[in-house]
Design a protein around this ligand. Structure first.
Ligand SMILES: CC(C)C[C@H](N)C(=O)O
Length: 549
């Protein structure tokens, strides 16, 4: 007992590392790989070199062990690796190590899959037979040294996943105005606004891997003034982007040790991306990664595991074919969409259109979330100040004359936002534009079990409804459609995920869109993500433009 190394907390033990393996399925690789992993592992335990050196020396064609720093060891072996043969080989090694009496207490993954809203067997498996998705998974794995649950869930929609990964990589890992550790820290601050510990932890690892100062992870008190100056705009952007003015940009870019406009744009895009990504994480019930609290246990498997393992089935099945659908069900929804498409011709005056927008806006203000915000833990609180600053209904913003509705025809993503972004941060406009387009236009012409359905009206409505919550109006859209196509509980779900994602509960997810497939619910979440991101960018880029002119 005395000289045993017992892992009480994974993070306590510096010398133990997380071990990821990637393998391209190729029979010869298995032999090579096994040998290589064994060597790596022995070397590692004998305190040989740094993980980076080991990485360099053991990379073998087709089978490449990657050791990342700052992550706990082993845990990953049994799951991160999508390939059965390698997984088995690693399990052998693991047993071997345990037998040799190193005193390691090996943590075990809690088998709960990527989302606690969706049972594991209904999620795209890591070794999916679909070539495109599989290739994206492997790429993502190489990019991030893990296959994040977010990626796995987006695997339902490979065309979208492709753009998402490309943008994420560009923002965080390729050439750009900001130093790498800044980017990850900004992502942490952004996720902090929604208490999204999942993203905070992932980004903290990345931050350290980029050589970031561990002291900064103690909280905002420890970071340089320059970074701290982002606090205010981060807060407003997350909850009430309509309050952003050119003064905010001016403040950041003035004086010594200030921000260049390009740096500001880079920071804004990262913040908006991570606010919106927090919505996606909560909206889809993304589980902690295996090495995060809640993703593993040291307890041996036991009969009582059922409860800890599968909290995805808390009695209320997600009811794919459930027939009670508030408001009449899918067939009624489809009928309404059809009717709307046919009745398109009917002309309406601008006045009439505006009235309808205002009506939807004020109705939205009546939808309240009953759930209380969770009380944030100290490891999150250290990145946030003024936690009471939250979304407030645009319709209730007080003096409406000071903050008028944002007219999308005066400042649109396509005509203005896109080129300004590109000009100040090369190519980012193109990447975002592609991502917006894919999310906006994505369709499989299905709805639940129905095929050959034109879902355009429904998808447009969701997008525009989100913009409406942020006071953005598209003058070519008839907001009357919102009330026809979105039932109250769906509106409530959209509002919670978009504005207060940290309050969402599994029952909210289960209770809406009951006849939709999980892939469709994730699809809706992708639209929420992108529409919110676009809304934040419209406001903030307009402020940048005003600052520059
Ligand atoms: C969100 C979903 C209802 C979208 C639908 N499955 C489509 O293919 O367009």
């Amino acid at each position: 007992m005395a000289d045993e190394v017992v892992l009480t907390s994974l993070r306590d033990v510096e010398s133990l590392r997380f071990f990821h393996v990637v393998c391209h399925r190729d029979s010869a690789a298995r032999r090579l790989g096994l040998e290589s992993v064994r060597k790596t592992f022995d070397a590692w335990l004998d305190g040989y070199g740094s993980p980076r050196q080991i990485y360099g020396e053991t990379g073998i064609n087709g089978f490449q062990p990657i050791v990342t720093e700052y992550l706990p060891e082993l845990l990953c072996l049994s799951i991160q690796c999508p390939f059965d043969d390698v997984r088995e080989a690693l399990a052998d090694i693991l047993d071997d190590v345990k037998k040799r009496g190193r005193g390691l207490q090996v943590p075990r993954r809690l088998e709960q899959g990527a989302s606690h809203f969706i049972s594991e067997k209904e999620i795209v498996p890591v070794d999916t037979p679909d070539d495109k998705t599989r290739t994206l998974f492997v790429d993502a794995f190489l990019q991030n040294n893990r296959l994040e649950h977010i990626t796995q869930l987006m695997g339902y929609h490979p065309d979208y996943l492709e753009c998402f990964l490309r943008t994420q990589h560009y923002l965080l890992k390729e050439d750009g105005p900001l130093p790498f550790e800044y980017r990850h820290y900004i992502a942490i601050m952004a996720a902090g606004r929604h208490q999204c510990s999942y993203l905070i932890k992932l980004q903290s690892h990345e931050f350290l891997l980029q050589g970031g100062d561990p002291d900064w992870l103690k909280g905002l008190e420890r970071i340089p003034r320059k970074l701290k100056d982002l606090n205010e705009i981060n807060k407003i952007l997350a909850h009430r982007p309509w309050l952003i003015t050119k003064d905010h940009i001016e403040k950041l870019t003035r004086g010594k040790d200030s921000w260049s406009v390009s740096e500001v744009v880079h920071a804004l895009v990262i913040m908006a991306q991570f606010h919106a990504l927090s919505s996606f994480v909560f909206g889809c019930g993304i589980n902690q990664e295996v090495d995060q609290d809640g993703g593993y246990t040291f307890r041996p498997p036991s009969v009582s595991d059922a409860s800890e393992v599968d909290y995805s089935s808390d009695g209320s099945s997600s009811g794919e074919n459930c027939s009670e659908f508030e408001g009449g069900g899918l067939s009624v929804l489809m009928e309404k969409m059809r009717a709307l498409t046919e009745a398109r011709e009917e002309e309406m005056t601008q006045d009439e259109l505006l009235k309808r927008f205002q009506h939807v806006e004020s109705q939205n203000a009546l939808i309240t979330t009953n759930a209380q915000p969770p009380s944030p833990k100290s490891d999150i609180l250290c990145y946030v100040d003024d936690t009471t600053f939250q979304y407030e209904d645009f319709a209730k913003r007080g003096s409406a004359s000071e903050i008028p509705t944002f007219r999308a025809q005066d400042y649109s993503w396509e005509d203005q936002g896109f080129s300004l972004a590109n000009r100040l941060y090369t190519d980012v406009g193109n990447l975002l534009d592609e991502k917006f387009n894919v999310a906006y236009n994505l369709t499989y012409y299905t709805m639940g079990d129905n095929t050959s359905v034109d879902t355009t009206a429904f998808r447009r409505t969701i997008w525009n409804y989100i913009h409406c919550m942020y006071g953005i109006r598209h003058d070519d859209y008839n907001y009357g459609e919102v009330n026809q196509l979105l039932e109250r509980n769906l509106k409530a779900y959209i509002k919670t995920v978009t504005c207060y994602p940290e309050r969402l509960k599994k029952k909210d997810y289960d209770g809406v869109m009951r006849e939709f497939k999980h892939s469709e619910k994730v699809h809706v979440n992708l639209m929420l993500f992108e529409a919110r991101l676009q809304a934040e960018l419209l406001y903030s880029l307009r402020a940048v433009m005003r600052h520059m002119t």
